[in-house]
Design a protein around this ligand. Sequence first.
Ligand SMILES: [Zn+2]
Length: 420
Amino acid sequence: MPALQFEILATCHTTKARVSRMTLPHGVTALPAFMPVATQAAIKGLTPQQVESLGITLILNNTYHLNLRPGTKVLQEAGGAHKFQGWRHNLLTDSGGFQLVSLSKFTKITEEGALFSSPFTGEPTMLTPEESISIQHAIGADIMMQLDDVVSSLTTGPRVAEAMARSVRWLDRCIEYHEKSGRTDVQNLFAIVQGGLDPELRNQCLDEMIQRKDRVAGYAIGGLSGGEAKDTFWRIVKQCADKLPADKPRYCMGVGFAEDLLVCAALGVDMADCVFPTRTARFGVALTFKGPMNLKLGKHATEFVPIDENCPCPTCKGGTTRAMLHHIVTLETVAAHAVTMHNLTFQAQVMGGARDAILQGTFPDYLHKFFDNYFGDAGYPEWCVNALRSVGVDLLAGKEGAKIVQGDGARWEYSTTKRK
Ligand SMILES: [Zn+2]
């Protein structure tokens, strides 16, 4: 029995979106889905039981952090990260490569692996593809990611081609190590497509990695969401999603804004992760279908209504007012907890609504409604308009005089971080 079963239940008649059922060793997850990030085996602000109560069935843990603390010895003694953290559902781990590059000032990439100095002792330490999979075996994640040679999406020149080719070679080493481990029936390995912002390099990487189709359970699109232009971002996502095998899940790494999630889903992406909804909650920003709401702003001080009256989350249902949240956000831990519950519910609603609409054949309408609500007043981000046009949905159809904005678009209230 393979450790991952992937069944497509419906595809959108217009876009490339699909709804699928992914069955993993710790249960079923409906896709497309957003995966919250539990860096230290804990989603900041929530207990695993609370995460479960929100209906979330797949979360992400960070290999780099869990390897540093508590370490693989403790995790193995505990019987894996599921038991360690009391999480009964599915778990995905990254390879550790990304943090290694982003956190360590002294990382040197060699063919053998990534050489870095330990943040604790300064000792030189090597993370090889085999070591990454070995740590992920100790963690026991349902989905493990290959170690890849990560470069910033803003890097240009021969380094991008080198990193892409090395990522393919490291994939082979990850596959071999995993296949020899005897754990292929309980853990899955995903490949990560690299190649920067260069369509030709992406194409080469796709060709190579698709040749390994029978030895990987799914594919990630990596190396994006690093500050590149959004118009480039969606074109690379589309190129990868179009070419990747239809019968394997596709995971776009580092995506968490609602508009990005829906565009990616429309391009045929099934999974995404980001710290954004939980991090922004701790900074006092609640996500809503009318756009992000900065609870620190003075105008919320006398609003005696929930963040969103239609939201089913415990914070809104329980009657916690915006005024109360304004009073305590960024000051009391309970505020982070309350807004995090709300934000993860919002993410789940955006994706759950997308799944329902795809199943009912109304996904284009759903996109229109979402973007009208979210951006209709402030202006539609041009890249979203372009991306959705490429899959047959014209957000501006029948909207004479609709405002279009460059860049990310207006996330009004979001950028203001000072309490007013
Ligand atoms: Zn809510």
